[in-house]
Design a protein around this ligand. Structure first.
Ligand code: FPP
Length: 247
């Protein structure tokens, strides 16, 4: 409709047809800060606020599982000062989140290889996961030192070990064998992947899980992303016809 041109419409998603699992690439923090003459790290701090707001809103509207890309296996290439600030923000968030998430009955999981994460922080992460593990009604996954390729390599190593031990024959290996050996076997499909900031890439996020994902891209920078933007993405998703290769 022409009167809506250039305006955002405030349509609400249909609660009966929500995507079961949403993945979000929180992109545009650096550009958001640079536009304001601030250091890039200020963009990450603003990005954390958006992350909190959007994760809580997703829970409110009934999204059962959401995965945020916080730090990729490639992000170690960034300047040390920026990496340290992102880790500090995460650490602070875990500290604050401990009680709040248990109260909200939210299951928190970290997805990725925690080996290079500072031991104290890794311990807090495990504590937060243990504290919330039974709240399976709503799951918040935080992808940390995550790479879709690394996840598939990890699954391949598990399978190879089982084959060597003689508990799995190569001809028995199916898609399900791989899916069940990913970091979490109950997040093997992602219905909707959202990437703000005007980039049209997957950047090694949920490679296996995105085989039949719907994608939603927008120019908005992550710190500016609002609940209405999540509504827009979900409403758009609800208009799509998913055929999964059939007709
Ligand atoms: C991408 O924007 C953002 C990241 C690589 C880091 C995102 C991390 C956070 C928001 C902090 C994580 C903390 C919690 C609590 C989840 P960019 O820096 O690539 O932006 P640009 O493309 O504009 O430079």
């Amino acid at each position: 409709m022409s009167f809506l041109f250039g305006k955002k419409n405030n349509q609400k998603p249909d609660p009966e047809h929500l995507p079961a699992h949403i993945g979000i690439i929180m992109d545009g923090n650096g550009r958001w800060a640079q536009k304001r003459g601030l250091p890039r790290t200020a963009g990450h701090a603003a990005g954390v606020k958006t992350f909190k707001n959007i994760s809580l809103y997703a829970q409110e509207i009934g999204i059962r599982q959401i995965t945020f890309y916080a730090f990729s296996t490639e992000n170690w290439k960034r300047p040390k000062q920026e990496i340290d600030r992102i880790m500090q923000l995460l650490d602070q968030y875990i500290e604050e989140g401990l009680a709040e998430y248990a109260e909200r009955k939210a299951r928190i999981r970290f997805v990725g290889d925690l080996a290079p994460i500072p031991p104290k922080m890794a311990e807090k992460i495990r504590r937060l996961e243990a504290l919330t593990k039974d709240y399976t009604g709503w799951t918040l996954n935080i992808a940390l030192n995550y790479g879709g390729r690394a996840e598939i390599v990890n699954a391949a190593q598990k399978i190879a070990r089982e084959a060597v031990e003689g508990t799995l024959a190569p001809e028995e290996i199916s898609e399900n064998t791989i899916a069940s050996r990913l970091y979490y076997d109950d997040m093997s499909e992602c219905d909707l992947i959202i990437r703000p900031s005007g980039e049209y890439r997957l950047s090694n996020f949920l490679l296996w899980q995105s085989a039949y994902s719907e994608f939603w891209f927008d120019k908005i920078l992550w710190p500016d992303f609002k609940p209405e933007d999540l509504d827009r993405a979900i409403c758009d998703f609800q208009k799509r016809q998913r055929r999964f290769g059939a007709i």
